[in-house]
Design a protein around this ligand. Structure first.
Ligand SMILES: Nc1nc2c(c(=O)[nH]1)N[C@H]1C(S)=C(S)[C@@H](COP(=O)(O)OP(=O)(O)OC[C@H]3O[C@@H](n4cnc5c(=O)[nH]c(N)nc54)[C@H](O)[C@@H]3O)O[C@H]1N2
Ligand SMILES: Nc1nc2c(c(=O)[nH]1)N[C@H]1C(S)=C(S)[C@@H](COP(=O)(O)OP(=O)(O)OC[C@H]3O[C@@H](n4cnc5c(=O)[nH]c(N)nc54)[C@H](O)[C@@H]3O)O[C@H]1N2
Ligand code: SF4
Ligand SMILES: [Mo]
Length: 872
């Protein structure tokens, strides 16, 4: 294709290839790359909407010191000086970097080299500690190295795919589409979902096991004993392992309660035993747990004992979350790793890396892991902190405490693409980074495929790539030669050459075959799965029984289940589970700028079971307060039996910028897995109560609102913002309040208020065009939100009805973001019999035919109509 640039999606670890075509006006057309092995042209809703997120609104365009724009030289000199001073006065461990699995490999490599090789501290950790640390630790315990043995094709070739703590349909949508397509092609294939919640992923499941939170070790120990009793052991393969007897004893000793029907557990075990080709996919339901590493090993034990690993259609498969979570592990971004899977504690590895880097020193002990790092910041032990490409004031547990700790730190540098984040607002120095579509480098996806990210747009203002920020500071700290890079190709070659040393130590991560790439070969590099050496490229690991432990044998690890760390009490009787929604990415700084993506779930919410809601006197769409000993949050109640009684679920995406009381990590306690240091983000003990709202409001406005209500949540919409509001005190004069909210002191106002009923409807006009509207009521406001947001800029007639006139149907909340099809439109097509299947809905309405991410929701709507009909 001419004029288009091949790159990789900015979001999840599936690592889809994209074709970017600039429109010459700063915009970008985004298509799936038909030649990329991860997606073969497919994209999910987030990938397809990437073009909507490249605008310059909200971008940080210049370095900023103490709130004032400045030039690069002065900002970089200041950073170098403050880091050097802190090190001179308090030693190298008084400084720290907090990084991200979204940085490119080249950025990451430079950061790790600067901290571990030159500053001489291992205080460099990453948000992968909140994400993949338990998998890394589990892999290393079992295999001797952090290796994902399989490939994406294994999910398609398996006869049984078990998804443990993974909402693949929403979080790895294109991989989910590949799995669904494989199941359609081969209906005998079975899918099992192990998740306390019924998620969209259950749509293709033959079996859903709603496991008790945290009980995965108990379930996989039960499977392990069943494997033994059922004669499914692979004795030849076991000869390549150690620890079977101890693991079996532990499995029998485990009396943990899975919370599941005995019959369902037996059926699951029987299915696993009789199906040779099994892939077990696992994700945050496994990792983000105080027993996360043990959960990983409980799964690996079953695959090792049966020899079902590293062969087509077989193996444990950890799906990575961030686009370069895998690359970060490769460069040694974690505080307890060195580089290229080499180990800090290993003197030979240290010496080799030091010689290669020509570095003054390499620390021998691990640095501070994420939560420990921010504890040290809180105690004042970290004097200078550099945060790159992550938003810890929102996403670390006990986020309010973390935010206060950062605010209290002597010197904080933040590299970001925007200044409008909870973390960036606390920085002394803000460094403007080039964004996804403006930068060059590589990322590694979940199945070890290294892909190029390529710039398609010119960096705006003074934005520069993250590697450049780091290298410039390294040079200014006195290490000119070590950080004198011409560009990412040179950094990549150095990284690839270092991996050759790892390879000579017999380690898995060896891409030395790419160490001599010329600049132009790097420019045109095609996706490649590691390892890449003269002898080998890609493929699977461990079918041959050769592992990376000292004796070359794998370890089965004895594990016994433990309940989540925080006990449930009468005061805090609910388990708080947290996670993701389909169309938003983490703290929404990028996905939140797409009106299309913002329509799906526009407000922070709490899923709660109808029995619990009734008991608490909490009606649908009222506000719920969630509280723990760490903090509190206020969220919209979404009453649903998708969560079990006694459990609640909240998404992680909302921030001080979008919904200040929706920051769910304010409530999550900072307890970590003892081996990996990964926080337990999915099992806090909380109290839930009805938030005593005196009024509820909804607003749509074409300019940015300035809310001051105790509860608010804002989302962007086509041509403006939409806003949910609520308060506990009565407001005397709504028109004045609305003028402040909208920043419209003088605009003409249509006011239809019924003061006695507490119902207010206000519209503000510019000429005869509506520029803002506010609806207030003593109960949750029932207006058509999408219609109102779309009515901005239009004529005022009928606006205060809050919904379309009778002759125009209300599409309802949007289900298919790509084609803008609402829930009511789909329901009426199904109810009228026009469309009775997902395919038929697609044919009739287009819904679900573009990226396909909403197909599980369409299926659920169809099932709902069938259930109503059956009940009639
Ligand atoms: N749309 C979207 N996609 C994303 C992201 C995003 O922000 N938005 N982020 C990316 C990132 S960085 C990551 S790490 C991945 C995460 O991808 P996933 O891990 O699939 O996502 P989560 O929603 O965090 O959690 C998965 C499931 O774990 C379940 N769970 C909770 N506790 C337990 C338990 O004790 N046992 C079991 N078996 N399950 C449990 C939850 O109910 C939840 O459905 O997603 C990636 N993809
Ligand atoms: N309760 C709870 N908490 C969780 C989780 C959970 O499931 N539940 N999940 C955890 C997991 S798995 C993860 S991965 C984390 C994710 O959490 P974070 O990494 O903290 O969240 P992001 O919003 O991805 O932050 C990325 C930041 O980088 C900025 N940025 C974007 N592009 C660039 C760039 O090119 N350069 C630079 N320098 N900056 C850029 C963005 O504007 C944004 O501020 O959250 C964790 N926290
Ligand atoms: S599945 Fe979606 S978000 Fe993930 S890489 Fe592919 S297009 Fe991007
Ligand atoms: Mo993650």
């Amino acid at each position: 294709m001419t004029g288009s640039v091949r790159s990789t999606c900015a979001y999840c670890g599936v690592g889809c290839g994209v074709l970017l075509t600039p429109d010459g006006l700063g915009g970008l057309e985004v298509k799936g790359d038909p030649d990329h092995p991860a997606n073969r042209g497919r994209l999910c809703g987030k990938g397809a909407a990437l073009g909507e997120t490249v605008g310059l609104e909200g971008r940080l365009l210049s370095p900023r010191v103490d709130g004032r724009d400045t030039h690069w030289d002065s900002a970089l000199n200041l950073v170098a000086k403050r880091f050097s001073d802190a090190i001179a006065m308090h030693g190298p461990d008084a400084v720290a970097f907090y990084l991200s699995g979204q940085m490119l490999t080249e950025d990451y490599y430079v950061a790790n080299k600067l901290m571990k090789g030159f500053i001489g501290s291992a205080n460099v950790d990453t948000n992968s500690r909140l994400c993949m640390a338990s998998t890394v630790a589990g892999h290393r315990r079992a295999f001797g190295t952090d290796t994902v043995p399989g490939t994406y094709e294994d999910l398609e070739e398996a006869d049984l795919v078990v998804l443990v703590g993974s909402n693949l349909a929403w979080c790895h949508p294109v991989l989910y589409q590949r799995l669904s397509a494989a199941k359609v092609a081969r209906p005998a294939m079975r899918v099992v979902v192990i998740d306390p919640r019924r998620t969209a992923t259950c749509d293709i499941a033959d079996m859903h096991l709603p496991i008790a939170p945290g009980a995965d070790v108990a379930l996989f120990n039960r499977l392990f004993t069943a494997i033994y009793e059922g004669g499914a052991l692979d004795k030849d393969y076991l000869a390549h392992t150690d620890g079977f007897d101890a693991a079996l004893r532990a499995a029998y000793a485990d009396k943990g309660d899975t919370g599941l029907d005995a019959a369902a557990v037996e059926a699951f075990c029987a299915l696993w035993l009789r199906t040779g080709k099994v892939v077990t996919v696992f994700s945050q339901g496994v990792n983000q747990s105080s027993s996360g590493t043990d959960k990983v090993n409980a799964i690996l034990n079953c695959h090792l004992a049966t020899g079902r690993i590293g062969k087509p259609g077989m193996g444990p498969f950890s799906v990575t979350g961030q686009p370069n979570a895998m690359g970060g592990r490769e460069v040694g971004g974690l505080a307890n790793m060195l580089a290229c899977h080499m180990e800090l504690e290993n003197a030979e590895h240290r010496q080799a890396v030091r010689t290669f880097w020509e570095a003054p020193t390499v620390p021998s002990a691990p640095g501070l892991k994420a939560t420990e790092m921010f504890d040290a910041v809180e105690r004042g032990e970290i004097r200078a902190l550099w945060i790159i490409h992550t938003n810890p004031a929102v996403t670390l547990p006990e986020a309010d405490r973390v935010r206060a700790a950062i605010a209290g730190c002597d010197f904080v540098v933040v590299s970001d693409v925007t200044d409008a984040t909870d973390t960036a607002r606390l920085a002394h120095v803000l460094l403007p980074a080039t964004a996804w579509a403006e930068k060059d480098g590589t990322v590694t996806n979940s199945d070890r495929t290294i892909s190029r990210q390529r710039a398609a747009l010119t960096p705006p203002g003074q934005a520069r790539p993250d590697w450049w920020h780091l290298a410039e500071v390294g040079k200014r700290m006195g290490w000119t030669r070590a950080f004198d890079y011409a560009g990412p190709a040179e950094i990549f070659r150095e990284h690839a050459a270092l991996s050759g040393i790892a390879g000579r130590f017999g380690l898995d991560f060896d891409i030395s075959g790419l160490a001599d790439l010329s600049d132009s070969a790097y420019a045109s590099m095609a996706p490649a799965r590691w390892p890449v050496t003269a002898a080998r490229q890609g493929g699977r690991f461990f079918a041959d029984g050769a592992f990376y432990t000292l004796d070359g044998r794998a370890r089965l690890v004895p594990v016994i289940s433990r309940a989540p760390a925080a006990p449930l009490t009468d005061a805090r009787p609910f388990r708080l589970n947290t996670g993701r929604v389909r169309d938003q990415w983490h703290t929404m700084t990028r996905s939140g700028t797409s009106p299309r993506l913002s329509r799906h779930l526009a407000e922070p919410y709490l899923e709660i079971h109808p029995i619990d809601a009734t008991r608490l006197g909490l009606r649908p769409a009222e506000l719920a307060e969630v509280e723990s000993n760490a903090g509190r949050a206020v969220l919209r109640a979404l009453v649903t039996d998708q969560v079990a009684p006694g459990q609640v679920f909240a998404p992680m995406h909302w921030t001080g910028e979008t919904a200040p009381t929706g920051r769910i990590d304010a409530v999550v306690a900072s307890v970590t897995d003892p081996v990996s240091g990964q926080p337990e983000s999915k099992a806090a003990a909380v109290a839930v109560s009805r938030w005593p709202a005196a009024w509820y409001g909804f607003a749509a406005t074409s300019s940015k609102p300035a809310p001051r209500a105790p509860y608010w949540a804002a989302a962007c919409s086509q041509g403006g913002w939409r806003l949910e509001l609520a308060g506990t005190n009565t407001v005397e004069d709504w028109q004045t309040e609305a003028r402040v909210l909208f920043g419209l002191p003088d605009a003409a106002c249509l006011d239809m208020s019924d003061v006695r009923r507490g119902v207010h409807r206000l519209a503000f006009l510019d000429g005869d065009r509506v520029v803002a509207a506010l609806f207030v009521a003593p109960e949750p406001v029932a207006v058509s939100r999408d219609w109102l947001a779309g009515a901005l800029g239009g004529e005022s007639a009928g606006i205060l009805a809050g919904r379309p006139a009778g002759d125009r149907p209300d599409p309802g909340p949007i289900v298919c973001s790509c084609l803008n099809v609402g829930v009511n439109t789909i329901l009426s097509a199904v109810e009228s019999g026009t469309a009775m299947s997902v395919e038929a809905v697609g044919a009739a309405l287009g819904a679900g035919t573009s990226c396909g991410s909403c197909r599980p929701e369409i299926a659920a709507l169809i099932a709902r109509v069938h259930a109503w009909e059956a009940a009639e």
